[in-house]
Structures are given as structure tokens and as C-alpha cells.
Design a protein around this ligand. Structure first.
Ligand code: PLP
Length: 394
């Protein structure tokens, strides 16, 4: 009889968003007509920008004519998009060759799929609180997981520790859920640590486009030595509203080798075996993000979310609540007032002012007592929620 992957039995129920949905549903049933103010969503609310829409339409039309039709695309990405993304990295002072860039259908897919490159008997370090997919993807593979907690004391940006040495290290900066961002010296410590221990960093840069402080790094490859110990996974989901359209990219340096095996060559082999490339239409839409006009338009959308962040941060400042994030990230991570637990605060906000956020405990045990607000909501909801928070907590 076929034996299934028994590691699935070790997955904990992903109760976070399920519980939030259940609790809000119950509230609405008990209070028909109640108007909820949603600061919990991790999805974007603004549509794709015009430049992308125009490129998508043009690509669709190309598919309608025999002369311009595109069939299977190269598995690792269309050369035009790989070149465009490599060029984009020049803005960060990072020099990449196009064949170091792999076009993907999003960061979530890659964060799990990339594990194909590594021995399943290895270990993985997850800095918590964390995006839940890191833990689950590694449980499915049967890897040993080390959970490195972070706290208000280290600004939710812990450094490496000799007690937490692992083969793979996930670093997410700007971070979901905390919105905290590693600066260059702090990232350098992680790079040095990875090199010292023969570890590999999987750098999740999904929120890099939200960085506004010029001194902060957008890419791990801005850090000296990273080319020999890191992979970067990025996405257009939050950068350009591609959550439903699906497009991302992964950078694997050509010179990245462990035990005589070259990871870039291995990933080419993996992609050519397991995928048939990303749709031509989407790749044309993705390339439009990187034109001058595309960049101007996506920045406008990002500023809209930044304005939401300012509105929430002002409210928290007014009521004296500690928080991190918001400035260089679309998330604000706050300490629940009066020593409330995360779910207790969730219920309190829902019942008293109909504001829905995300309890920090859902991102790892050390998130207990903290709470995440997202800035991806509508302006109306954000303004209303901020005013209600001030009235409730001042
Ligand atoms: N990484 C982080 C930290 C995220 O928060 C998300 C989505 O919320 C992703 C990756 C997934 O992005 P994608 O939509 O490209 O799969």
C-alpha cells in the first residue's frame, strides 16, 4: 500500500485566519447590519496600475495572431523579464546576470519549492514571529525546525546566536508580521554567521518596495559575502498588486555551491523538470512594473498604503501604545494595552469598536501579547478605525 507523506500529520491546524473569520462571522450574526473596520487583511485593495493593465491587454492581443503568438515559455523565465529584473537590482547597487534571476508564480510557491534543493535531514531556523508558510513548508519536508524568538527588547530583529545553528535560515525583511527591517550591519552579522556555519539564508524580500529609509537594504545581495550564502525570494504581490495575478522572482547567484553542487544549476534542472514556465501574458504585465512609468504608478499605490500607515501610527502615538513597523513596511505591530493577550485584544476591539486586526500569537508563541494591523485596507476603514481606537484607548 502506498504510504503518504506522514509529515502532514505533524502540521498544526492553521487556525489563525480561520478563527478570525469564525469570530467575525459570529459577531455579524449577533449584530446584523454591523459595519466592521478591517485592519487585518494581508491582501492589497488597489487595482493593478494602468501601465500593467495596458501591457497585459497587448500581450493578450498578441496571443490572438499567428505571427505574435507565444506557446511554452522558457522554464526559468522569459529573457526579457530576467534581464529587466537583473537591471532593476542595479538600483540597489547589486550586479546580477539575467541567468541568476528565475521568474516564478509568486513567493509562496518558491519559499516551499526551493526546499527541493536541500537534504531533508537538515535543520531550519525560523525567526519568530514569522509568516506561517516557513514553518509549515519545512514540517511537510520533515525538517527539524529551530524557533528563534524575538521581542520588544531586540525590536523584533534578533541577531544570530550560537544556540540556534541551522542549515537553512529564513530572514524576512521588511518583516511580516512585525514590519521591522534589518539594517546593513545587522544583516552582515547574519551573513557572517551563515558563512561561518555553512548555512544558507533564504531571504524573503516580499516587502522591499515599502522601504523608504535610504540606508536600509532592499536585497540581501547588498551585503558583502551574501553571494556565497544566500538566495533571495521576491514577489510583485505587494510591490505592484499582483496577489491575484501571480508573479515573483528568485535570485540564485551563479557562484553558490555546497558540497560541490551548484545551486543555480540545480534550480535550472528543478524548474525544467517541474514547470513549463510562467504565462507570457503575465510576464509582459510583470515587465511593465519596471518601466519608468510603471515604477511611478506602483509608487503612487504604495504611498496610498503609507498614508494609511501614518493614520494608524498617529492614533497609536496618541494613546501611547508601543509599536514597530509602518514606516518601511505595510504592517504595524503593536503591544496590546493593559497586558491583554492577543486574542483578548482581538475580542475587545471587535466587540467595542468593530475593528478587526490580527492576533500576534498566530505568528508564533512569542507573538502573544502583540497585534498586527495591516495598512492594505481602504482609506475609509482605516480612518474610521483609527478614530475609534483613539476614543477607546485614550
Ligand atoms: N512572504 C511573505 C513574508 C508574505 O507576507 C507573503 C504574502 O503575504 C508572501 C511571501 C507570499 O507572496 P506571494 O503572493 O508572492 O505568494
Amino acid at each position: 500500500m502506498i504510504k503518504p507523506n506522514m509529515n502532514y500529520a505533524d502540521l498544526k491546524d492553521s487556525y489563525l485566519f480561520y478563527n478570525i473569520a469564525q469570530k467575525t462571522k459570529a459577531y455579524i450574526e449577533e449584530h446584523p447590519g454591523a459595519n466592521l473596520h478591517r485592519l487585518g487583511i494581508g491582501d492589497v485593495s488597489l487595482p493593478l496600475c494602468d501601465e500593467v493593465i495596458k501591457a497585459l491587454h497587448e500581450a493578450v492581443d498578441e496571443q490572438a495572431s499567428a505571427e505574435n503568438f507565444h506557446g511554452y515559455m522558457p522554464e526559468c523565465g522569459a529573457p526579457f523579464l530576467r534581464e529587466t529584473i537583473a537591471k532593476h537590482y542595479e538600483k540597489f547597487g547589486v550586479s546580477l546576470s539575467p541567468d541568476e534571476v528565475f521568474v516564478s508564480s509568486g513567493a509562496s510557491d518558491e519559499l516551499g519549492d526551493i526546499l527541493d534543493l536541500f537534504d531533508r535531514d537538515g535543520s531550519t531556523l525560523v525567526i519568530e514571529p514569522a509568516y506561517p508558510a516557513y514553518v509549515d513548508a519545512n514540517i511537510i519536508e520533515g525538517r527539524r525546525i529551530l524557533h528563534l524568538p524575538s521581542s520588544e527588547k531586540d525590536g523584533f530583529l534578533p541577531g544570530p546566536s550560537a544556540d540556534f545553528v541551522a542549515d537553512l535560515i529564513y530572514i524576512c525583511s521588511p518583516n511580516n508580521p512585525t514590519g521591522a527591517v534589518y539594517d546593513r550591519p545587522a544583516l552582515k552579522r547574519w551573513v557572517d554567521f551563515a558563512k561561518e556555519h555553512g548555512s544558507l539564508i533564504i531571504f524573503d524580500a516580499a516587502y522591499e518596495a515599502f522601504i523608504e529609509d535610504e540606508s536600509l537594504p532592499h536585497s540581501i545581495f547588498e551585503i558583502e559575502g551574501a553571494r556565497s550564502c544566500a538566495i533571495e525570494i521576491c514577489s510583485l504581490s505587494k510591490t505592484a498588486g499582483f496577489t491575484g495575478t501571480r508573479l515573483g522572482y528568485t535570485v540564485i547567484p551563479k557562484d553558490l555551491s555546497y558540497c560541490g553542487m551548484n545551486l543555480n544549476d540545480m534550480w535550472v534542472r528543478n524548474r525544467t523538470t517541474k514547470t513549463n514556465g510562467i504565462s507570457y501574458i503575465l510576464q509582459k504585465g510583470g515587465a511593465a512594473v519596471f518601466t519608468e512609468e510603471g515604477q511611478r504608478q506602483i509608487k503612487k499605490n504604495i504611498s496610498f498604503y503609507k498614508e494609511n500607515a501614518k493614520i494608524i501610527m498617529k492614533a497609536l502615538d496618541e494613546v501611547g501604545i508601543w509599536y514597530t513597523g509602518g514606516k518601511n513596511a505595510p504592517y504595524i505591530w503593536l503591544k496590546c494595552p493593559d497586558n491583554m493577550g492577543s486574542w483578548e485584544f482581538f475580542d475587545y476591539l471587535l466587540n467595542e469598536i468593530q475593528v478587526v486586526g490580527t492576533p500576534g500569537e498566530g505568528f508564533g508563541a512569542c507573538g502573544e501579547g502583540f497585534f498586527r494591523f495591516s495598512t492594505f485596507g481602504s482609506r475609509e476603514d482605516t480612518e474610521k478605525a483609527a478614530a475609534l481606537i483613539v476614543d477607546l484607548l485614550k
